[in-house]
Design a protein around this ligand. Structure first.
Ligand SMILES: *Cc1c(COP(=O)(O)O)cnc(C)c1O
Length: 368
């Protein structure tokens, strides 16, 4: 009998590879090498291979990956960067931290990703880059966005924080634009034991700049070409992530199995199931729409001990901190509607069938 289902339970995944995690920890402990070094280099190589990327650069978080990418491109004061208004805060926050201005565009109602027509509408003379987010594990409509960027000489920075190993027309998310940014925050599909991230690029010069900026713009030691930061990935995180990396495909398969279950079990209920616009999503989140009743359903599921979350309850252009640069309420209607209608259900790989059944039954009871 199942009486509660968490939104995410990391303990199960870690239990299943505990001996290897301990061995990785012991290896780093014995080496005494905690900053950069062979674990980070091996992890970078393994990521590059898995993603089919020329360069993979381990960094301190997904947020720092985005900031580093903008810094590597030289984006700063006087530049505009187009971002979707429906995303995690870091997508827009990093633009401000780079000294540039985020320009908010709307998302598509189907997959919640950047709407190319809205991008065309909000573009300005100062636009230097566009930052598509591959939200919830599904790729954005990259073809029209890449074409628009080519025509207008914009850089493309992909926020692939939620889409490590998702594919778009045969290529990995994050390898389509100038730079791809990933997060290994514990709730992402490949989760670290703390903060961690990655930047990818096909461009040798950008990779050089990114590697230098990661260590205060330094090369060689104590000679600084530019002002960077401390954006390094810990050797310990790299060693632990290397245990999980070969298991990622299995985790993704399990997430897909859970989604197949929900699709059948929820088919006859008055909720909108996620639309698959790109065929190989990795389901970082399974997000349904519940028009008019989202908060009530969430409250009901809380009583039924089912963990849910709203990603995200307030569109970025409505955030207090962007008050002075963002367009008024009503201007990006799909982002605003999504923030009122969406609800994420548990979809983590280790969910059991009785747990999935419990979630589906609890939702069915709400609509009875
Ligand atoms: C998680 C996330 C980030 C930030 O990653 P951190 O590793 O938490 O800094 C950025 N963008 C999106 C879309 C995310 O989901």
């Amino acid at each position: 009998m199942v009486d509660q289902v968490p939104l995410l339970d990391l303990k199960r995944q870690n239990k299943a590879c505990e001996a290897e995690l301990r061995a990785a920890f012991e290896r780093v402990l014995a080496s005494g090498h905690f900053i950069m070094g062979p674990e980070v280099e091996s992890f970078e190589k393994e990521c590059a291979q898995l993603l089919g990327a020329k360069h993979a650069i381990g960094v301190s978080s997904g947020t720092d990956a985005l900031l580093l990418a903008l810094m590597a491109l030289g984006i700063g004061p006087g530049d505009d960067v187009i971002v979707p208004s429906y995303s995690f805060f870091a997508t827009a926050g990093c633009v401000v931290r780079a000294g540039a201005r985020p320009v908010f565009a709307d998302v598509l109602p189907c997959c919640f990703n950047l709407d190319p027509r809205s991008v065309a509408r909000v573009a300005t003379k100062k636009t230097k880059a566009v930052m598509p987010v591959h939200l919830f594990g599904q790729c954005a409509q990259m073809e029209p966005l890449l074409e628009m960027a080519r025509e207008r000489d914009w850089r493309v920075v992909e926020d692939a924080a939620q889409s490590f190993s998702a594919r778009y027309k045969g290529r990995s998310a994050g390898t389509l634009g100038e730079l791809g940014c990933f997060s290994f925050f514990p709730s992402k599909n490949l989760g670290a034991f703390g903060d961690a991230g990655l930047v990818t690029t096909e461009d040798d010069a950008l990779a050089d700049r990114a590697r230098m900026l990661r260590v205060h713009g330094m090369k060689p030691k104590y000679y600084h070409h530019m002002v960077g930061g401390n954006f390094r990935l810990d050797a310990l995180q790299a060693a632990l992530l290397r245990v999980k990396l070969p298991r990622l495909a299995g985790y993704t398969e399990a997430r897909r199995r859970n989604v197949r279950f929900y699709r059948e079990a929820l088919a006859s209920l008055p909720v909108t199931l996620p639309t698959i616009c790109e065929p190989e999503p990795i389901w970082n989140q399974f997000v349904i729409r519940v028009p008019g009743k989202r908060d009530q359903l969430m409250e009901h599921l809380k009583k039924e001990q089912v963990g849910t979350e709203v990603y995200y309850p307030l569109a970025l252009h409505r955030q207090k901190c962007f008050e002075e640069i963002a367009p008024e309420e009503g201007s990006l209607p799909e982002s605003e509607r999504a923030s009122k209608e969406t609800l994420a259900l548990p979809v983590f790989p280790e969910l059991t069938t009785p747990e999935l059944e419990h979630v589906a039954k609890a939702i069915a009871r709400f609509f009875r």
